[in-house]
Design a protein around this ligand. Structure first.
Ligand SMILES: [Zn+2]
Length: 199
C-alpha cells in the first residue's frame, strides 16, 4: 500500500513538472557563454530542445508503460493519441491499475518516474547536473582515491567533487568529497579529511 501511495505522489510530481516544462518549450534558452556574434547559430533550434525532449520521453514512456500494464492485467489494448491530456490519462491509469500489479513492477515504475523528475529539475535549472571531471584528450580518467573506480563526478556551480558509488567510504567512514583549491598555481582537490591532491 505504501508503494502505491508513493506512486501516486510521484505521478502528481511528474505531472506538475511536465506542465512547467511544456510552458518553457517555446522559450529558447539563452547561451551566455557561447559568445556568438554576427552569425546565425544554426546548431541550436529555435525552441527549448531539452525541455521538448524531456516531455517527449515522458509521453513515449507513459504510453509504453500503460500498454505493458494492461497486458499484465490481461486487459484489452488501448490506443492513446499524442496529446498531453493522453499522457495524464496514461499515468493516471498506471496508478489505478497498480493494485493488481507486482510490487517489483510498481517499484521500477516509481524509479523511472523519479529519475525523470530529476532530469526535469535539471532542465528547469532547479537541480545542477552531475558531470564527469574534465579530461584532456588521451588522458585517463582520475580514479576515486578510495574505491579506485572511475566514479568521481562534479557539480560545477557548487564547486564539489564526489564519488558517486554510494557504498564508497574513506577509512573514517566518510563519503569521499572534495573541493577545488588553487595550490602553487594549479587546481588541486582538497578532500574532506584535509588532504590535498590524491591521497
Ligand atoms: Zn569511491
Amino acid at each position: 500500500v505504501a508503494l502505491r501511495s508513493r506512486l501516486k505522489e510521484t505521478v502528481t510530481e511528474v505531472l506538475a513538472l511536465n506542465t512547467r516544462l511544456e510552458a518553457i518549450i517555446t522559450v529558447k534558452p539563452s547561451h551566455p557563454s557561447s559568445g556568438f556574434h554576427g552569425k546565425i547559430d544554426f546548431s541550436s533550434p529555435p525552441w527549448h530542445a531539452q525541455a521538448a525532449n524531456t516531455v517527449l520521453d515522458l509521453h513515449a514512456w507513459s504510453r509504453d508503460a500503460e500498454a505493458l500494464t494492461r497486458i499484465r492485467a490481461t486487459l484489452p489494448a488501448r490506443y492513446r493519441g499524442g496529446s498531453s491530456a493522453n499522457t495524464r490519462k496514461a499515468l493516471g491509469s498506471l496508478y489505478s491499475l497498480s493494485e493488481g500489479i507486482d510490487d517489483a513492477v510498481v517499484y521500477d515504475t516509481i524509479r523511472w518516474l523519479e529519475g525523470w523528475c530529476r532530469k526535469a529539475e535539471v532542465v528547469l535549472g532547479e537541480r545542477e547536473a552531475i558531470r564527469r571531471l574534465p579530461q584532456q584528450p588521451g588522458e585517463t580518467a582520475r580514479l576515486c582515491p578510495w574505491c579506485r573506480k572511475d566514479t568521481l563526478r562534479q557539480m560545477t556551480r557548487q564547486g564539489v567533487i564526489f564519488c558517486v558509488d554510494i557504498l564508497c567510504r574513506s577509512e573514517d567512514g566518510d563519503r569521499p568529497r572534495a573541493q577545488l583549491e588553487m595550490f602553487d598555481g594549479q587546481w588541486e582537490l582538497r578532500w574532506m579529511d584535509g588532504v590535498l591532491g590524491t591521497p
